[in-house]
Every structure is written in C-alpha cells, then in structure tokens.
Design a protein around this ligand. Structure first.
Ligand SMILES: Cc1cc2nc3c(=O)[nH]c(=O)nc-3n(C[C@H](O)[C@H](O)[C@H](O)COP(=O)(O)O)c2cc1C
Length: 414
C-alpha cells in the first residue's frame, strides 16, 4: 500500500497520555497510528512521565512530545495543536484526566489542548475497578459522552497489583478501531460546501441597559456550525451568544433581529445550506430610549412592532438566487409540537423543520441534549431521542444534504 493510500494518510492525531500504569501501552498505539499513515504528536502529562519517557515517543513519532505548556518551542502550542488536530486520542485516560475534561479544566499541556480543540476526542479509560465504579467517575464519563465525545470503557482482566476486574485499557485493536470509526465519520463529505447558521436568542433593546429577550442558549446552533466544520464545510455562524472560534467559519456577533437579518441576507450569495436555529423575537420595541428609563419617571409603556421574518425572507431570496440550496428551520414549541411544526414548515416553505417540545426534560433551551422531530418537505418524519446537540446537528446536516439533489414539490406516499 502506498503511503498516500493508508487509511490515516494526511490525518493529524494528537496522542494524549495521562499517568496510569497502562501509559506504556500508548507506545504501541503510537506505532499503530503511524503504521496507518497518521502524523502523531504525543502530549504527555507530568504523571505520565513518571511511567514512560518522552524520548521513546520522540523517537517513534519523529516529533517533540509536548509535556509542558510553558517550556515548548513555540509561544502557544496548545491552540496550534488543538486547531490542527483531526482527532485527539487520550490513552490511557486516568480518572483524574476524565474529571478535568468533564469540568473543562485546563491546567497542563494535555488538558489545555483538549479544551482548545473542536476535533473529535476519543478517551480510552484505564484505572482500578474501584475507581472506574466510583460514582464521580461514572458521572464524569456520562457528562463527556453527553457532549458527543467517545469514551472507550476499560476491559476486564488482570490489573496492577494482581487484582482481576474491570479497569484494563481496551486492547489496541479496539482503540484503533474507534479512532478509524471517528475519523470515518469525519471524512469530509461537506468539503467545498458553505453553511450559514444562526444561533441564540435575539435581544431587542428597550433602552441602553434593558432588552426583551428569550431563553435560547445558542447551543444547538453552535453545535450545527461545529459539526458542519468537522465535516469539512466552511460558512458563517451569525450568533447572539459568545462562541469559540470554529475552523473555517466566520463568527458574526449580532444582537437584535434587525442585525441578524442584515448579517444573514448579506451572506446568502454562496449558501449551500441555511440552518436557522436562532430564536428571533417576533416583536421589538417601536422606539429605543437613548437614556436609561428611570423608575421615578413612572411605568413606561413599551409599544411593540413586528420584526422581519428572517426565515421566510431568506428562504424566498434563496429560492430565487440559489434554488438548489437547502433551508432548515427550527420550531420550539410548548404544546402540540408536531402539528405546529408541520404548519410552520408549510408556511415558511423550508426543506426541513426541526421541531422540539422545549417542555420535555433534557430538550431545548440551555441543555446539552435535545429530543427533536425532523420533518422533511416531503412529509417524512424522523425522531431523534435525547441525544447530544452535536448528534442532532449531525443528523440534520445529513438529512439536509441528502435532500439537496431532489426536486421540490414531491409528496411522499406513506
Ligand atoms: C503506580 C500507580 C499507578 C496508577 N495507575 C492509575 C491508573 O491506571 N488509572 C488512574 O486513573 N490513575 C492511576 N494512578 C493515579 C494517577 O497517576 C494520579 O491520579 C495522577 O494525578 C494522574 O495525573 P494525570 O491525569 O494528570 O496524568 C496511578 C498512580 C500510581 C502511583
């Protein structure tokens, strides 16, 4: 097999090693990743260095392992590594490392790189049985998985100290298979496509300090942009909430519906998919006071006027200029969600309506998970049951781009 045709050719994998007895097994994983054609940069924690030596990783990878944030050859090593990685594999992942990753702690080279990436992360846990079964570890693993990252359970077998039980690092074949699977899903099917996403609730100013807002956290929209980027798309995320940088995406900060409309309408030219997750206020104050309204000037009357319907406006414009572009709308409902979603799909003329009942536990505003119905323009419905918002994003992008080539106006016979 030529180097270019190896399964991981051109892929950059960061191999994180934390301080467990299984750290020596990371050497074998490094070798296998390289044999499959990956470029690998090892990142070792201080505890890992108690078990294994950096020179082994340097010699095998041909790269200087990162072991210390502040004594690296370059100024900001973690962001370069995090942004440039196609995948981060942590093996072994200690109880400590899992806890830090679940909490977003970034206090050494490995944990900081993990927080500075939007690449997929695979963590192969290894620890004593008591540690693996501790409720704190169980909760941390659940948190990590709910965010769309993959944790490989340890296997049963002989552990350090002669004990037998769950805790052994999974066999190299299992770990490598997980890496291949993750990168398989990240092979870039959206390369060359432009995805425009909106996120967050708009804020409609009453005066310089007060606004009318809503409960949308923006998490689902951000997840769509991150997932689209992972699949190779470029695009823009028009957002009312602060967002970390997303590779290949322009992040456009807006506040009000009017600002959001301008940002969206000005970027339709190259759109292949428009995903309108933002919760846009239907109304805004007719006038914005230029000074803070004082309590002693009496109870104000705030007259409202209608905001533009950005979804309908953008859909109409796209149908004229780029008829092949796909439009995805969102409907957050509190009652009779499916019926309202179907009505909204027809009224707005979009291709897919993502409907969620925001009163369901674990769905909707602020949560890291969502339960939704996807309704396609041909009437086909599919349900996604309580999944990470990243998984919902993946499903809706897959559905959107599958509809791309199909003629509109067909009705499914079912
Ligand atoms: C001999 C020895 C073996 C250890 N093995 C493990 C292990 O397999 N899994 C684990 O979670 N912690 C293990 N620990 C504890 C970790 O080294 C310790 O929690 C450390 O703080 C982990 O740091 P790190 O996550 O930054 O690498 C071991 C400690 C010692 C002394």
């Amino acid at each position: 097999m030529s180097a270019a045709s190896l399964p991981l050719a051109g892929q950059h994998v960061v191999l994180g090693v934390s301080g467990g007895i299984a750290a020596y097994k990371a050497v074998e994983l490094l070798r296998r990743l390289m044999d499959l054609g990956a470029e690998v940069t090892p990142v070792l924690t201080a505890s890992a260095l108690e078990f294994v030596g950096a020179p082994t990783f340097r010699a095998l990878s041909g790269r200087d392992p990162l072991t210390d944030l502040f004594r690296a050859d370059e100024p900001i090593p973690h962001t370069r590594l995090g942004q440039g990685a196609d995948l981060i594999l942590v093996a072994p992942a200690t109880a400590n490392l899992l806890a830090k990753f679940a909490a977003g702690i970034a206090d050494d080279a490995l944990t900081t790189t993990l927080v500075a990436t939007s690449a997929p992360v695979v963590l192969a846990a290894a620890m004593h049985t008591e540690m693996w079964l501790h409720p704190a570890v169980t909760a941390n693993v659940a948190t990590i998985r709910s965010r769309g990252f993959r944790v490989i359970d340890p296997e049963r077998g002989r552990l350090a100290g002669g004990d037998i039980g769950y805790g052994r690092l999974a066999e190299p074949e299992v770990v490598i298979e997980a890496v291949l699977e993750e990168l398989g899903t990240t092979r870039k099917p959206l390369l060359g496509r432009y995805v425009l996403v909106t996120a967050g609730g708009t804020r409609e100013a009453i005066d310089p300090v007060r606004y009318i807002g809503n409960r949308s956290s923006g998490k689902q929209g951000i997840a769509v942009a991150q997932e689209a980027a992972r699949l190779g798309a470029t695009g823009a995320l028009v957002t009312t909430v602060a967002t970390p940088a997303i590779q290949g995406f322009e992040v456009v900060a807006v506040e009000s519906a009017l600002e959001m409309r301008d940002a969206v309408m000005g970027r339709l030219e190259q759109v292949d998919a428009l995903v309108m997750c933002a919760a846009v206020a239907d109304f805004r104050p007719a006038e914005v006071a230029d000074q803070k309204i004082k309590r002693d000037s009496g109870i104000p009357e705030v007259k409202l006027v209608a905001n533009p319907d950005i979804l309908s406006e953008a859909t109409g414009a796209l149908r004229r200029s780029r008829p092949e572009a796909v439009v995805v709308g969102f409907a957050a409902e509190t009652v009779d969600a499916l019926r309202h979603g179907e009505e909204k799909l027809a009224r707005k003329g979009v291709d897919i309506m993502v409907v969620n009942d925001v009163t369901e536990v674990g769905a909707g505003f602020g949560s890291d998970t969502n339960s939704v119905w996807l309704i396609a323009r041909d009437g086909a419905r599919s349900r996604i049951e309580l999944a990470a918002k990243r998984e919902v994003a993946a499903a809706l992008l897959e559905k959107a781009f599958a509809l791309e080539g199909e003629p509109r106006g067909q009705t499914r016979a079912n």
